[in-house]
Design a protein around this ligand. Structure first.
Ligand SMILES: [Zn+2]
Length: 198
């Protein structure tokens, strides 16, 4: 089949190279698979899809924009992970009583993350005293990190705000905020976890 030993040798080498390339691709596939898989292993309640968010360090430094699979968990998993109030608010769009939460009157410098998935949501730099009894901000830390949706519950039309990464209900946004945006992101304390700036 081969004219010379040299030629046979060439073919064998090419075969080995081919195997190595396929092997590397397969290994990369496994890495990708295992990186994407854990978040959805536990019987997904909804089909997860890829989202884009901006990551921040606990010190509030913008790190990078990343594509990540949406965090999807079952009701039971969320209930186990969260306090009863946080569960009802984030997973069932409940609202905490005004002046009852732990952050409406907090003035410390730091970062507010999602109580469900740690996605960075707001910075103390955009927090203001709205007088409403709910923590209020005039902008999210990154527009990618929150999502808006129409909420026609309770006989009024409002714009609900949720976490892009895990779909947690966070609160609503209104257009009576201070400059520069004139927006008021009216959040539930129980949907947030404050990380104080060191
Ligand atoms: Zn979240």
């Amino acid at each position: 089949m081969f004219d010379t030993d040299v030629e046979r040798d060439k073919v064998q080498k090419a075969g080995r190279r081919g195997f190595l390339v396929v092997g590397a691709a397969a290994a990369a596939g496994v890495v990708l698979w295992s990186w994407r898989r854990p978040k959805v292993l536990a019987v997904a309640a909804a089909a997860p899809h890829e989202v884009t968010i901006v990551q921040f360090s606990d010190a509030g430094k913008e790190l990078q924009k990343v594509h990540a699979m949406q965090v999807v968990k079952t009701e039971d998993e969320w209930r186990k992970q969260l306090s009863p109030a946080a569960f009802e608010i984030t997973r069932h769009a409940d609202t905490e009583m005004a002046f009852s939460g732990q952050y409406w009157n907090l003035h410390d410098k730091g970062l507010y993350r999602c109580i469900c998935c740690e996605n960075a949501l707001f910075s103390s730099e955009t927090k203001f005293d709205s007088g409403t009894g709910w923590p209020s901000f005039w902008a999210p830390i990154a527009k990618e990190n929150v999502r808006e949706s129409r909420d026609a519950s309770l006989g009024m039309v409002r714009t609900a705000i949720s976490c892009t990464l895990c779909d947690a209900h966070l609160g609503h946004v209104f257009d009576d905020g201070p400059p520069p945006t004139h927006l008021r992101y009216c959040m539930n304390s129980a949907a947030l976890r404050f990380v104080k700036q060191a």
